[in-house]
Design a protein around this ligand. Structure first.
Ligand code: NAI
Length: 665
């Protein structure tokens, strides 16, 4: 095994460089834990050292924390304890060396990296854009289990609670201000030389290390407030990571450091074995997979440069798509609609972009963005300059046919054309365009500027190059894409509609709307299914299900009574105060009464999603369960700590129960 930690002695100081060779970042892998233990043995054998300095061998990374792959594979309490014992054991040995240890930090110092630095006597950091310091474990369903919940509060007091529970990552100057690091040197200074000087000062008792005795007399009240904060963010759900992080800090600061560390270990074992930790780690990985669409394109693909884009239809979706092109790129946009639609469209854009400007979310003034938009009601010569067209006209095949026919006469042969249709098969529209290989689907979610997800759809004749170019386009406008084949409802709606249908069935068999919606929000979805239907417009799922060959009786009654949702038509399932409108109750179709418990409902919903997901995989509509999970997390708000419906099925045993296998390898 090649060494990760290398010790050399310079002027009586043990200089330890560490580098997980072959990896872009240093992380705590199994090999790193083992080598750290070996290193401590070597350090203990050295005689006459004045102190030790840890410094990274990477150009801009100290240590980015635990390797999440390693963490997600921990499947027994014994293994979890073994890892913790090695980790904590090494830190304990460091404190017994009898001389100071210094963490010399440049680049990311996060999670287990910061915990390691906190176990040293002191910390010095070099300024830099990448010098970021923090304990972000709670963001990935874990919590700092390498001493962080004990050492950080003892070092900086109550601010540690917020830093840990919110998983905050700080620039070096802020870390200095809070007392997490002791010294900060300029970006161009020599870190090792400065660390040696600092060590000399510490050894000579000349360094002013601020180690105030913290007053934790108010910790019960602080912990109580912090718990309310956590529960507010999770809408009352107790997610193990932050809950046990808080418990470790709250009870730990009342104990000795050694006892506190034992408490932290105990809690960490519970968290790391929890399904929510594994679900959160899955979400972290699938987020990484889709963060940069480049990684999803064919290797070596050089995307077509987009000098100009066009959007057909200046309605709900066209407007949203244009907002995202204007605010995220410098690409000029041409929009075509009927003359009466142009001014209202522009006014809407100004309103939304103006709101973003007020919140300082735009890099340019609104008028500069608007100046890049040309609105037209004709197929002008400007269409010749267009490299990509997104079609978002009425959802009627006749209209689409006409539009594509007209469009094909004015665009260049190499122009990419994509439809935002929600239900018309891409393949069925391919004959309408001049070049079916350059035609595909790009399905956005509403409101476009708030919804990250986009489905990129491959019709039978869509070329791979077109998919790659569409992926590139989604990257430019900062969306998170998944790729799928043509399929009714593509991925997200294909899963969502049976789930909505099941929710209505529960209501029709005598379970209250409040109970059904409550079961889903308690599971962690942002809104219940009946409220979702009300919000998107009750006619939308009604028509979509009808299109898929199913007439949902309650939706039919409600829509036919002129109730298309509170926002859309002033009447739907709910009243303005959020309660169920009693007028809607007689419109609910009557099924055979069957009382279902909240847990049974949640299981029913999971089963429904998992079954459709399996079907999508079997029919190769998507190539991996991750595509489905990304779609459901970023398209519907499926709880990130559950990792997506396919991962959650694997974690809860439902996949094996239903299909005898797990979906993730
Ligand atoms: P919308 O009715 O708000 O807007 C459609 C626009 O197309 C109207 O402004 C209309 O004047 C224009 N239009 C009609 N014929 C045209 C033509 N020949 N040339 C140029 N413009 C023409 O509809 P919305 O909601 O924006 O939907 C557009 C497309 O996006 C549909 O295919 C729909 O299925 C799809 N979609 C809608 C979603 C939604 O939540 N509303 C979500 C995802 C996709």
């Amino acid at each position: 095994m090649s060494q990760i930690f290398n010790l050399r002695v310079e002027e009586g100081i043990g200089v330890i460089t560490f580098d997980v060779v072959g990896d872009a970042m240093n992380t705590w892998t199994d090999a790193a834990f083992e080598d750290f233990a070996r290193l401590m043995g070597d350090v203990e054998k050295e005689r006459g050292l004045q102190g030790i300095i840890f410094i990274s061998g990477k150009p801009d990374n100290f240590l980015s924390g635990a390797n999440l792959k390693t963490m997600s594979q921990v499947d027994s309490a014994d293994l979890a304890r073994k890892i913790l014992d090695v980790f904590h054991g090494c830190f304990a040995r460091m404190s017994k060396l009898g001389y100071p240890s210094i963490a010399a930090i440049h680049g990311h110092c996060l999670g287990g990296g910061l915990e390691f630095a906190l176990a040293c006597t002191a910390r010095i950091a070099r300024e830099g854009k990448t010098t970021i310091i923090g304990l972000p474990e709670c963001n990935v369903g874990l919590f700092p289990g390498g001493g962080g919940t004990q050492r950080l509060p003892r070092l900086i007091g109550y601010p540690a609670f917020e830093l840990i529970l919110r998983g905050k990552m700080l620039p070096a100057a802020k870390a200095l201000e809070l007392g997490i690091i002791d010294r900060l040197i300029p970006a161009d200074a020599d870190l090792l030389a400065a660390a040696k000087i600092f060590l000399g000062e510490i050894s000579a008792g000349k360094a002013d290390l601020k180690r105030p005795v913290q007053d934790f007399s108010q910790v019960d009240a602080v912990a109580d407030m912090a718990k309310q904060g956590i529960l507010k963010a999770t809408k009352g759900r107790e997610i193990p990571g932050p809950i046990y992080a808080l418990d470790s800090m709250h009870r730990g600061v009342k104990l000795s450091l050694e006892e506190g560390l034992e408490l932290e270990k105990e809690n960490f074992v519970k968290v790391i074995l929890s399904n929510q930790a594994k679900g959160s780690i899955n979400t972290f990985f699938i987020k990484g997979m889709t963060d940069k669409p480049k990684g999803m394109m064919t290797k070596g693909f050089v995307p077509k440069v987009i000098n100009k884009a066009a959007v057909l239809g200046f309605g709900t979706m066209g407007r949203g798509i244009i907002i995202d092109i204007l605010r995220n790129t410098k690409i000029p946009v041409l929009v075509k609609d009927i003359p009466e639609a142009l001014e209202p469209g522009k006014a809407f854009l100004r309103k939304i972009l103006g709101g973003m400007a007020e919140k300082k979310r735009l890099k340019e003034p609104v008028e500069d963005l608007m100046a890049r938009l040309t609105a037209t009601s004709d197929y002008t010569d400007a269409f010749k300059e267009v490299d990509i067209v997104i079609e978002a006209v009425f959802e009627e095949i006749g209209v689409k046919k006409q539009v594509y026919g007209e469009l094909s006469k004015v665009i260049r042969e190499d122009c990419i054309v994509a439809s935002n249709t929600s239900s018309i098969p891409i393949t069925s529209m391919a004959p309408f365009v001049a070049n079916p290989a350059r035609f595909g689907g790009i399905h956005f979610f509403s409101p476009v500027w708030m919804m990250e997800l986009v489905e990129v759809i491959r019709g039978e004749q869509t070329a791979q190059e077109t998919i790659d170019n569409l992926l590139n386009f989604t990257g430019l406008i900062r969306k998170r894409p998944i790729v799928c084949l043509d399929n009714p409802g593509f991925v997200v709606n294909a899963i969502l509609f049976p789930y909505l249908k099941l929710a209505l069935e529960y209501v029709e068999t005598g379970n209250s709307i409040e109970k059904v919606d409550g079961a889903v929000t308690a599971f962690g979805m942002p809104v219940g299914p009946i409220r979702l239907v009300d919000e998107v417009g009750i006619d939308v799922p009604y028509k979509a299900m009808k299109g898929m060959g199913f007439v949902e009786p309650t939706l039919k009654n409600v829509v036919e009574a002129g109730r298309c949702g509170l926002k859309k038509s002033g009447k739907g399932f709910f009243l303005k105060d959020g309660t169920v409108d009693p007028e809607v109750l007689p419109l609910i179709a009557k099924g055979t009464p069957k009382e279902v418990s909240v847990e049974e409902m949640q299981n029913g919903f999971n089963e429904s999603m998992l079954k459709v997901g399996k079907d999508l995989l079997d029919r190769k509509i998507v190539t991996s369960p991750a595509m489905i999970d990304v779609g459901m997390i970023w398209g519907t708000g499926f709880p990130a700590d559950k990792g997506g419906p396919m991962k959650w099925g694997d974690l809860t045993g439902l996949s094996e129960k239903l299909f005898g296998k797990k979906f993730y390898k």
